[in-house]
Ligand binder design. Structure first.
Ligand code: NG6
Ligand code: CA
Length: 503
């Protein structure tokens, strides 16, 4: 009797193990560009609605203290994918012709998932460099995403405000006419194409000097390009093009576990909503591209439902840095913002050492697996790597994702506790210890264009200390009152910086 029972338990346990092995969840990461803490309705926006994002929040776990690793794009993305702080690799905002930021052999969340049986793909804004230094946009562009674990890629190479204004699919520019080769330069004007400075009458949106180089589709960009006319994107169509590519990837890989990294061009400048979304808000282009972004999320979720994949797909929705209104184009974001608070109650925004630089909307949605919850756990995107590894029981080497922590319990809503210490990178370092926030005195060089930018940078030659429990908007610098705490923060920061964890 007992023997029979033991055998039965054994058979049952094996069946369960087999079941869960075949059922590794798909992972979709919706990674919005420059979306602020207060920019979606489930985080308090009232003058626009984001029903599709709200649906994820209503049915999933909504973090209130989750952070991207840095207050700008390239460093955030570097940390997200590698689980390593960007300063260790000196990752900064890249021009559109920069070489691939990753050294050969770098382990990323994509290599890790690929090695564990996932089909991996990236569709959207890359901004992590491509090639070895001199890119031939007319040939095969390599190394790129394929060298860090992505089997499929369809990219906006850098940002939509940088040349070249063409897509790159699996290392090739689609629809390119060989008789009209692409050339790109970030130093000299090449060819005789109109620029924002020479032909301002061609512009849909006026731009600052930095964004006043080659014009494509009535928008001047950073950098010069010539050629590739048949391959150039139409900004207003990008969300549709990308969604089709993302959906095809899902359809193609629906029978095996897949990882889709989907970094949106929205809501970064230039903000060019499709006519379907123009006027959907009273906030002009910035509001409209938020609604457009919400639609993009909704369409992908609809596809998952129709393929009956929703219950076996973990969906993450978040942003790469805080919000900015004027980022170079005259799209009237500042004038039309009204009562909308892109940063919520937090101070600063994109580029800033204050909380709104990195505290961003973050939702983890897994139908039937994660109960609807609001979590105040302190988590960072640098933890994405080890958390996903824990989710699928992946074995890691010692030198993988060395700054990353496994926060799976927080993601699944099993605990409200996340990190104790958390680093925020900007043009200085901020460090959280629970609800205390330290901002180091600025020591490095700040780019010239940034010095004149009208944002609350949080940069100071003095150290700062805030008690976010009592002062979430970082108004009262308590550094002078708590010298021993300042010392503790300094020591911890030095230790993080000196630990040179990259091997
Ligand atoms: C800055 C650009 C800004 C934006 C940013 C990158 C200027 C004056 N500003 O250099 O418009 O493109 O880089 O944004 O050129 S991010 O979200 O990709 O980090
Ligand atoms: Ca960004």
């Amino acid at each position: 009797m007992i023997r029979r029972f033991i055998i039965l338990v054994f058979v049952f346990a094996n069946a369960l193990a087999g079941f869960s092995q075949n059922k590794k969840p798909n992972i979709i990461l919706f990674y919005v560009d420059d979306l602020g803490y207060g920019d979606v309705s489930c985080y308090g926006a009232i003058t626009l609605r984001t029903p599709n994002v709200d649906k994820l929040a209503d049915g999933g776990l909504r973090f209130t203290d989750a952070h991207c690793a840095a207050a700008t794009c390239t460093p955030s993305r570097f940390s997200l994918l590698t689980g390593v702080y960007a300063f260790r690799n000196k990752a900064a905002i890249l021009p559109g012709d920069a070489p691939l930021l990753f050294k050969p052999g770098t382990q990323t969340v994509a290599t890790m998932l690929q090695r564990n049986g996932y089909a991996t793909g990236v569709v959207g804004k890359w901004h992590l460099g491509l090639g070895n230094g001199t890119i031939d946009w007319n040939g095969t562009i390599t190394p790129g995403p394929e060298s860090i674990g992505f089997q499929y890629s369809f990219l906006i190479p850098a940002t939509t405000d940088r040349v070249p204004t063409v897509y790159v699919e699996n290392g090739k520019v689609p629809n390119l006419d060989v008789n009209d080769p692409i050339k790109v330069s970030y130093t000299n004007r090449i060819g005789d194409e109109p620029t924002g400075l020479s032909h301002p009458q061609l512009l849909k949106q006026k731009a600052d000097t930095q964004h006043s180089n080659t014009i494509t589709n009535g928008i001047s960009r950073i950098g010069y390009m010539t050629g590739g006319k048949s391959a150039r994107w139409v900004d207003e169509e990008i969300p549709f093009v990308l969604n089709e590519k993302a959906k095809s990837f899902i359809i193609k890989n629906q029978k095996q576990p897949f990882f889709l990294y989907y970094p949106f061009p929205n809501i970064h400048v230039p903000r060019t909503p499709n006519k379907q979304f123009v006027g959907n808000t009273n906030m002009g282009a910035r509001g409209d591209v938020i609604v457009e972004m919400d639609w993009m999320v909704g369409e992908v979720m609809k596809l998952l439902d129709s393929l009956q994949l929703t219950e076996n797909t973990l969906v993450i929705f978040t942003s790469d840095n805080g919000p900015v209104l004027d980022d170079g184009y005259a799209d009237f974001a500042e004038q039309l913002v009204g009562n909308h608070k892109p940063s919520g109650i937090y101070r600063g925004g994109k580029y800033s050492a204050y909380e709104a630089g990195t505290r961003v909307p973050t939702i983890i949605y897994w139908k039937g697996k994660i109960k609807p919850t609001v979590s105040k756990a302190l988590v960072s995107q640098v933890d994405f790597y080890k958390t996903v590894a824990a989710l699928i029981n992946a074995k890691l080497q010692d030198n993988e994702a060395t700054d990353s922590e496994n926060q799976l319990a927080a993601w699944l809503g099993k605990t409200n506790k996340g990190r104790i210490w958390m680093l925020e990178e900007s043009y200085t370092f901020s460090l959280r210890k629970n609800n205390w926030k330290f901002i180091a005195a600025v020591e490095g060089t700040v780019p010239g264009w940034f010095r004149n930018k009208k944002v609350e940078s949080g940069l100071s030659s003095e150290v700062q200390l805030y008690n976010l429990d009592k002062d979430p908007s970082e108004q009262k610098n308590l550094a002078k009152q708590y010298p021993s705490m300042i010392q503790e923060f300094q020591q911890q920061l030095n230790q993080i910086r000196q630990s040179s964890k990259i091997k």
